[in-house]
Design a protein around this ligand. Structure first.
Ligand SMILES: [Zn+2]
Ligand SMILES: [Zn+2]
Length: 137
């Protein structure tokens, strides 16, 4: 039986699932999320790595050092290039950060905060959520 949440990359080669109802769900306006996503912000959330299962495909990790100095792996589909999830985060051990837009039912998860609002562009309306200038913690 499938887990509660399922998702996939744009070409459907990479498919994944997890059961955890996420608690940390962020709209992040940092420059890094802008570049990696190609949009003004990226929406992502944390789930425990042990609950996160890749069902099909072989996402390729891009090893990366964030502005904070923390290392992480951005995992993307080598076929279509979709960014799907982030793992091996120095600063969040045991957590995988999943890109909301890759869910089959993204309406099931609602953001709880906005972060790096110092990088939010002037034409973006605040969402009315708790805001953090940079990292929330
Ligand atoms: Zn793909
Ligand atoms: Zn970010």
């Amino acid at each position: 039986m499938a887990k509660k949440y399922t998702g996939q990359c744009a070409c459907r080669a990479v498919r994944f699932e997890f059961d955890t109802d996420p608690d940390f769900i962020a709209v992040c306006h940092c420059l890094d999320c802008k570049r990696a996503s190609g949009g003004e912000a990226a929406t992502w959330f944390g789930v425990p790595a042990e609950d996160f299962t890749v069902l099909t495909g072989e996402p390729k990790p891009y090893h990366y050092v964030a502005d904070s100095g923390g290392k992480l792996d951005r995992n993307f589909c080598p076929n279509c290039g979709s960014r799907v999830f982030t793992s091996n985060l120095d600063n969040f051990p045991g957590q995988v950060f999943v890109q909301l837009g890759s869910l089959d039912h993204p309406e099931m998860i609602t953001p709880k905060l906005e972060m790096f609002v110092k990088r939010r562009l002037p034409w973006v309306k605040p969402l009315g959520l708790p805001e953090f200038s940079d990292m929330p913690y």
